[in-house]
Design a protein. Structure first.
Length: 297
């Protein structure tokens, strides 16, 4: 195709070969190969010059347009591989989306300013669904039951912390245990967050069972209720900045020391783009380099 276009533009095998950095015999061989594939002549050869046949003249603008599209596509692929451009779409739960991820996205943009990272804040139960539908490249969320179509890779593991307002009795405790939490009105999250927490507690400490005084949908609501002295709640250390904004305190819980893992969820049948793969790798480094220090006392 390139040989025919070059020949059409120059009108000479010699000039077309120079333009393509080929020998004249190599160019002639490519034209013959094209004619063999088509089963028709694209060049009428004479002793004086090479003239395109009617078919050659019809094919030239078509081939030229196809080659331009192909060149643009290959240049785009090269840019994406070099992370000079691209787009990453990630779904994550609301609390993660308003604490850890904006900082990670900003730090990543400093390294790769031409890669767009679009964050879709979602209810926890919708993260995997967005991954499965192809709406996002990958999702980040806590341990959830997934299908065979969704792959899960651990991103981080953190201990639970208790959150309480200024002046609360827990602030003076030497250690804070789950039994201590059970002595105060407990604000829980609806759905699998609390269900899995209670299950883990029952496995580790059979005599203890939290009795939520209130159940809400979002962690920000729970924090606001704690701020209003309506009870205490538990969360994970990555929410530290949001806890601080509400003027609250958090302490790591012990006896038992329960943890929660968060995963990167991807679609098994679809490989990540170079930009998405790069951002996942950056997230792992970002989390490892920013440990959340939670007071044990």
């Amino acid at each position: 195709m390139r040989a025919l276009v070059a020949l059409a533009k120059t009108g000479s095998f010699t000039l077309a070969a120079e333009h393509l950095h080929l020998t004249q015999s190599a160019l002639s061989g490519q034209i013959k190969e094209l004619e063999q594939i088509l089963g028709l002549r694209v060049v009428e050869r004479t002793t004086r010059k090479a003239q395109l046949s009617e078919l050659g003249r019809e094919l030239t603008p078509l081939f030229e347009k196809m080659l331009q599209d192909l060149d643009r596509a290959m240049a785009d692929i090269a840019s994406r591989k070099a992370l000079k451009q691209g787009m990453v779409r990630v779904a994550a739960p609301q609390m993660l989306s308003c604490t850890l991820l904006p900082e990670a996205i900003a730090a990543y943009r400093d390294l790769h300013p031409d890669v767009q990272v679009r964050l879709a804040d979602s209810p926890v139960e919708q993260v995997s669904a967005r991954v499965f539908s192809g709406e996002v490249d990958f999702g980040i969320g806590p341990d959830r039951d997934t299908t065979a179509d969704i792959a899960a890779e651990t991103l981080f593991e953190m201990p639970f912390v208790v959150v309480f307002p200024q002046g609360h009795p827990l602030q003076q405790a030497e250690h804070v245990t789950w039994a201590d939490v059970d002595r105060y009105p407990f604000i829980a999250l609806q759905g699998q967050f609390t269900e899995r927490l209670l299950r883990d507690m029952h496995t580790s400490f059979r005599e203890l069972s939290l009795r939520p005084a209130n159940e809400v949908t979002f962690m920000t609501t729970a924090l606001a209720m704690v701020h209003a002295n309506l009870g205490i709640t538990v969360c994970l250390p990555y929410a530290e900045k949001m806890v601080t904004r509400y003027g609250l305190h958090m302490r790591q819980l012990q006896a038992p020391a329960l943890t929660r893992r968060f995963f990167v969820y991807t679609r098994n049948a679809r490989a990540l783009s170079p930009a998405a793969e790069s951002f996942v790798g950056f997230l792992k480094q970002f989390v490892a380099a920013h440990p959340w220090q939670v007071p044990l006392l």
